[in-house]
Design a protein around this ligand. Structure first.
Ligand SMILES: [Fe+2]
Length: 232
């Protein structure tokens, strides 16, 4: 199976991810060797730091720098995206440029801790017409009270899971239960560098190949990758 990495900070010099094009190249070669054939470049967007226009300009410049070291035979096909930090002010932003390449999907990063305003913004944003992908749902499950994260779920959302969270029995059990109920999942490395947050598709693919994850979860990954691949 071809894998898509839906979440990465491979673009050089734009956020807390890759430092320079050489590191980006190493990350992409590693992802390719781990079976990833499409990489989404989802650098952080923080509305308090940049306007959407500024971000898109900086992102394009970083992409152009990455292209100087790109080797199509040894690296995944690249797709621009963004990890948009949820904000109380986001309804004022023009976010169409943040959509995942060729789709109507916007990836949202929820705050590290639950806060009361989150429910209202999530609802307001969910009716704007964008398809919402929640970045690393595993982190939300880990850090929010259960009754709070459960209320945030919506059958129209896609949930991105960070590969490293699959080593947690609690996360595996929770996402397998959600997959059984029909939830849509995709995987991401959330790779930032080549040391402590490096490309990590080997663990996820080994678990999937060896049947270490439920059929419903594996089917969900395949189904959702397939849907997006048809758009590419
Ligand atoms: Fe991230």
């Amino acid at each position: 199976m071809e894998y898509i990495d839906f979440h990465s900070h491979v673009l050089p010099g734009i956020d807390d991810g890759s430092k320079d094009p050489q590191m980006s190249a190493q990350m992409l070669k590693t992802l390719y060797s781990q079976g990833v054939r499409h990489s989404v470049l989802s650098s952080h967007f923080y509305g308090r730091r940049h306007s959407p226009e500024e971000y898109l300009k900086i992102r394009q410049e970083a992409f152009d720098r990455l292209m100087t070291v790109y080797e199509p035979d040894r690296m995944p096909i690249l797709h621009l995206g963004a990890e948009v930090a949820l904000s109380q002010h986001m309804m004022k932003w023009e976010l169409s440029g943040m959509k995942l390449d060729g789709t109507n999907i916007i990836m949202l990063e929820l705050p590290g801790r639950y806060e009361d305003w989150i429910d209202d913004i999530m609802y307001e944003f969910s009716v704007t017409g964008y398809k919402i992908m929640i970045a690393h749902l595993d982190r939300v499950i880990d850090s929010y009270p259960k009754q709070k994260w459960m209320k945030l779920l919506d059958k129209n959302f896609i949930y991105q899971i960070n590969n490293d969270s699959l080593s947690s029995m609690k996360i595996r059990k929770t996402i397998e239960k959600l997959a059984k109920e029909g939830a849509d999942f995709v995987l991401g490395s959330d790779a930032h560098n080549i040391t402590d947050r490096s490309p990590n598709f080997d663990e996820a693919t080994t678990r999937l190949k060896k049947g270490g994850l439920s059929d419903e979860f594996a089917d969900s990954i395949e189904r959702n990758q397939g849907k997006i691949l048809r758009l590419w």
